[in-house]
Design a protein around this ligand. Structure first.
Ligand SMILES: NC(=O)c1ccc[n+]([C@@H]2O[C@H](COP(=O)([O-])OP(=O)(O)OC[C@H]3O[C@@H](n4cnc5c(N)ncnc54)[C@H](OP(=O)(O)O)[C@@H]3O)[C@@H](O)[C@H]2O)c1
Length: 361
């Protein structure tokens, strides 16, 4: 590769963009980066060794000029109008056959619309679901590409290198045409909402119901993670109860306000399921309870009038009978959340022609 040329152009140096750029660079790819606000590009590059393989572009023109055809551009920006604005701008500079990936959490209907419009102009567009958050982006995300299949084959070597690898296989697979990738990512997030709600309810039953303290909770969730509930979310739930606030020395969980935010994908999952007539009550309830949690003032006012019970479960000194049943209920709830998500995917796949292979998912 000639000096100054890059394997791909990455647009958007937010949390995800910066970590993905470093991940690509770790795997020997040269990345040209562009961000709307140049100071973010400057700050990012100041922290890096110039030999790292990440080169700045100060304009879209400069970014495109650093790439050889077929050019590969990955957008990592806020979902919504930003993606349309950038697609308008970049497609004026690109040529038919070039590949554009949208790695943000775009709504699947937007991805469908963009894919169809860009295909009509000869561009290869992929909606790329990315899971694993900041650390995943840095060291190995799970990638859910959908859209132009020939475009996927062009970027496959890059995606396979940066993805997480489990049992000798990369966590990336082409999921289908159109918005298949973003649809799968959306449902993945919906299932995650449900799992988090189930864990929150298990915590509440043990803490307020059985009156167990944080140390005891940490031990119970750590034990849960040794059995059939073994999973990342159960593992970190066990860990969080051991965390202490460095300033006060108090358990961190006791200091966190019980208000959950949401960025949209959980709500979209419920909306899509309603449109398709697929019942996903565990996911729907998780979305509703996040909304309820956000009404903190109202909940405080109501609690003053109706404080509710203290420890309310029958005393069970060993805790074993109840805790075992709770583990089973948690497991059943998790299976239901996955089953609902997969049922939604199956129906959407028929309706929108994704042809998603549920085993691959
Ligand atoms: N964070 C996660 O765990 C996670 C995981 C998977 C997917 N995602 C998705 O990945 C995308 C990026 O997330 P992030 O966490 O990296 O976001 P972020 O840290 O908030 O960064 C947002 C980026 O979007 C750019 N941007 C916003 N509006 C723009 C516009 N109109 N034109 C050009 N650029 C614009 C920002 O540029 P400026 O610096 O100029 O503001 C910034 O580079 C989002 O779609 C998000 O939903 C996030």
């Amino acid at each position: 590769m000639k000096q100054g040329r890059a394997h791909l152009g990455l647009v958007g140096l937010g949390v995800m963009g910066q970590n993905l750029a470093l991940n690509f660079a770790d795997h020997g790819f040269r990345v040209a980066v562009f961000n709307r606000s140049p100071e973010k590009t400057r700050e990012f590059l100041q922290r890096l060794d110039p030999e790292r393989g990440i080169v700045p572009a100060w304009t879209p023109e400069e970014l495109v000029a650093r790439l050889d055809p077929p050019r590969v551009i990955l957008l990592m920006v806020a979902a919504g109008p930003a993606v349309d604005e950038l697609l308008d701008r970049f497609t004026q500079l690109l040529a038919p056959g070039d590949v554009v990936l949208d790695g943000g959490n775009s709504h699947f209907r937007d991805t469908q619309r963009r894919g169809a419009a860009l295909a009509g102009r000869g561009f290869r567009f992929l909606g790329l679901g990315i899971s694993g958050g900041e650390l995943g982006a840095r060291y190995g995300p799970c990638l859910m590409p959908g859209g132009d299949e020939a475009g996927y084959e062009l970027v496959r070597p890059l995606l396979e290198k940066i993805a997480a690898w489990v049992n000798g296989e990369p966590c990336v697979a082409y999921l289908g045409p159109g918005a298949a990738g973003h649809f799968v990512k959306m449902v993945h997030n919906g299932i995650e909402y449900a799992l988090e709600q189930l864990l929150a309810e298990a915590y509440d039953l043990l803490h307020r119901g059985l009156g167990l303290n944080y140390q005891e909770l940490a031990e119970i969730f750590t034990k849960f993670n040794e059995g059939e509930l073994r999973s990342y979310l159960v593992e970190i739930t066990g860990q969080i109860f051991r965390r202490r606030d460095p300033q006060t020395g108090q358990p961190l969980v006791a200091l966190i306000r019980d208000v959950a935010g949401q960025k949209g994908t959980g709500i979209w999952t419920s909306q899509a399921a309603l449109d398709l007539g697929v019942p996903i009550p565990t996911i729907d309830m998780a979305v509703a309870l996040r909304h309820l949690s956000a009404r903190w003032e109202e909940r405080q006012a109501a609690a003053a009038l109706l404080p509710g019970p203290g420890p309310f479960l029958p005393q069970d000194p060993e805790g074993l009978g109840f805790i075992d049943k709770l583990a089973q209920a948690l497991y059943a709830g998790m299976v239901m959340a996955f089953a609902q998500g997969l049922a939604l995917l199956r129906r959407a796949s028929e309706e929108y022609g994704y042809g998603v292979d549920l085993e691959t998912v």
